[in-house]
Write a protein that binds this ligand. Structure first.
Ligand SMILES: Nc1ncnc2c1ncn2[C@@H]1O[C@H](COP(=O)(O)OP(=O)(O)OP(=O)(O)O)[C@@H](O)[C@H]1O
Ligand SMILES: [Mg+2]
Length: 589
């Protein structure tokens, strides 16, 4: 029932459609029974009066049978029409609500949930609720009422045969309960889990093919996909085995009406043979309808648990990770210095702090660089500023206001971030750059592209800035993409810039251009930059060495070199590596 209530809540102003369609479905199943009664009336008249009667009655019955058969169909059609209208609304609303929540998710949510996974969960489960509401629900109404009606009718015509009818029904219902218990539900969950896992593995497998080819792997890369298929297969076989016996018994019982009826009829045939025979014929006629609707009712529980799982999966995806709204939110900073105070942060699934009691501040207009060993926590620190995640304790303030209290859209307006793995969209270069500032004019976009040193990229393209990226062979190199992304950030003109390994893709020529672009981008801005190439941060206002989630050293390039600590070591290694690439042969002792 809670499943239904949840689904109904999504129907909004179409809530009435489902009950009406259920009512219509019930009416249609009643109307659908009437032709059987009329056919039976024809048979009864034939038995009672033989063939040499007038056919008026028979024709009348035949017409009625036809009329009711057609009406039943029309009413069923209306049922489906209404149930579909309701179901489409529920499906659309489910998607809309889920997408609205996902848009508000902290950006870190997308680390764990790839776009493919999100799409699959929302799409597939929303369609499951559609078929439940549009088809299964109306059928369920018919499925419940038809047997009740038939049993009522059989008692009305002949109570002795009625009791004989009930007998197999009772046995079937007992078997039904045996099958439909908790075990069935548990299996349903397992089944869906392993189906989801198999799908995810399949996607991973396909995505991994280039790596697999490069490294000439075969069996190993296939292993987890293979395992998930095997697990799914085992699950399905187990599930089928579980149903094997009860299902056979159930089907046998439900079809064995006549088996129970005939002995009873024989028992009473002496009293009034003709009536018994005529009534028996009625039962023989409607038994198939009865069996069919009872068989359908078996899917009832299955359908319910499927719909329940579907709606739960969508809600699980979105419910728990929502950004916490803070009470005094709604403030917008006027100044743009950044302050980290006792910031602690751990990734949700880890109990170790990735950022551990970090304190620092960046004055407005100044640049701070983070350097340090891999896995030290630099990216994590940078991502906390635009609220990819919320801090565990401590605070991050922009212009004296906690980032949690700044409305998300304002925060995003004030922070431009360029990450190493930022991707361009499959759109034109113009559109890609305009993401930074949708209302910008073409001139603005061109200016930004010039500042980002992209002119030579554009000049080489047939359609200039209107060239689609990713189609017809228009692919840009990593360094070129990086410059387009910098143009986007320049166009955005945000007062705070967060750069994570912005020069990572660059070859020497590109690096020079990117560095020029970065200079333009960061002029007069509050900048936090992460760099592995220490040469690119030599001149910044402050360098912080981050190691194991803590600030290890702080200073300028010069002061840090004097302390002879981690930075000095890194600098020496860096110089060495540069010598190796441009120097003469290294002499090994
Ligand atoms: N999405 C994530 N989920 C869980 N743990 C993560 C996630 N991203 C990073 N970590 C962990 O947090 C720690 C800090 O990682 P982070 O990416 O901030 O390091 P980094 O200093 O940027 O390293 P690099 O120089 O290699 O980019 C590491 O131990 C890493 O394993
Ligand atoms: Mg990093």
């Amino acid at each position: 029932m809670t499943t239904l209530a949840k689904l109904q809540a999504y129907a909004r102003n179409r809530k009435a459609l489902l009950p009406i369609s259920l009512l219509l479905s019930t009416i249609s199943s009643i109307v659908n029974l009437l032709p059987f009664i009329y056919v039976w009336l024809i048979v009864r008249d034939l038995i009672n009066t033989g063939l040499n009667q007038s056919y008026d009655n028979i024709i009348h019955y035949a017409i009625m049978a036809f009329v009711f058969a057609v009406s039943g169909l029309i009413i069923y059609f209306l049922t489906l029409l209404l149930s579909h209208l309701g179901a489409f609304r529920v499906e659309t609303e489910l998607r809309r609500v889920a997408m609205n929540k996902i848009i508000k998710m902290p950006l870190g949510f997308f680390d764990k949930n790839t776009t493919g996974k999100i799409r699959k969960i929302i799409d597939e489960n929303a369609s499951t609720t559609h078929s439940f509401m549009a088809h299964q629900m109306p059928d369920i109404a018919g499925t419940i009422f038809t047997p009740i009606l038939i049993i009522g009718a059989t008692f009305f015509f002949d109570w002795k045969l009625g009791i004989a009818c009930l007998f197999p029904v009772l046995i079937a219902i007992v078997i039904l309960n045996m099958m439909m218990g908790k075990r069935g539900n548990r299996f349903m969950q397992k089944y869906l889990n392993s189906l989801e896992e198999m799908n995810t593995e399949a996607v991973e497998y396909v995505r991994g093919i280039p790596v697999v080819k490069v490294f000439q792997q075969t069996v190993f890369s296939f292993k987890s996909f293979y395992n998930s298929i095997k697990q799914y297969k085992d699950m399905v076989i187990k599930y089928t085995r579980l149903w094997e016996k009860p299902m056979s018994a159930y089907t046998t019982m439900i079809h064995s009406f006549a088996f129970f009826l005939v002995p009873v009829a024989i028992l009473f045939i002496d009293s009034s043979p003709k009536t018994i025979l005529i009534n028996l014929l009625l039962y023989v006629l409607i038994t198939p309808v009865f069996a069919q609707s009872i068989l359908k009712s078996m899917h009832l529980n299955h359908a319910f648990s499927q719909a329940r799982e579907a709606i739960n999966r969508i809600e699980d995806l979105t419910i728990f990770h929502d950004f916490k709204e803070t009470k005094d939110s709604g403030k917008t900073p006027n100044t743009f210095d950044i302050e980290f105070k006792d910031v602690e942060f751990a990734y949700p699934e880890s109990n170790k702090n990735a950022v551990d009691k970090i304190n620092f501040s960046i004055q407005q207009g100044k640049t701070t660089a983070l350097v340090g060993p891999s896995g030290g926590g630099k990216t994590t620190i940078a991502r906390l500023i635009p609220r990819f995640w919320d801090v565990k304790s401590g605070s991050i303030k922009i212009g004296g206001i906690d980032v949690k209290n700044i409305p998300t859209n304002k925060l995003m307006q004030n922070v431009a971030f360029v990450f190493q793995n930022t991707r361009l969209f499959k759109k034109t270069i113009l559109d890609n750059v305009k993401y930074g500032c949708p209302q910008a004019s073409i001139d603005d976009v061109n200016r930004a592209l010039d500042l980002a040193q992209c002119r030579n990229i554009i000049d080489n393209l047939k359609d200039g800035i209107n060239t689609m990226i990713g189609t017809e062979g228009t692919y840009l190199s990593g360094g070129e993409q990086q410059r387009i992304i910098l143009a986007r950030a320049i166009l955005k003109d945000a007062p705070i810039i967060v750069l994570d390994e912005a020069t990572a893709f660059a070859d020497p020529e590109n690096e020079y251009l990117i560095r020029k672009a970065l200079q333009k981008l960061t002029q007069g801005k509050t900048v936090l930059m992460i760099a592995h190439r220490l040469s690119s941060i030599k001149d910044v206002d402050k360098i912080m060495v981050i190691n194991k989630g803590k600030v290890h050293e702080t200073g300028t390039h010069q002061t840090l070199l004097q302390t002879n600590g981690l930075y000095t070591k890194m600098w020496k290694e860096y110089e060495q590596s540069v010598k190796w690439t441009i120097g003469e042969e290294v002499q090994y002792a």
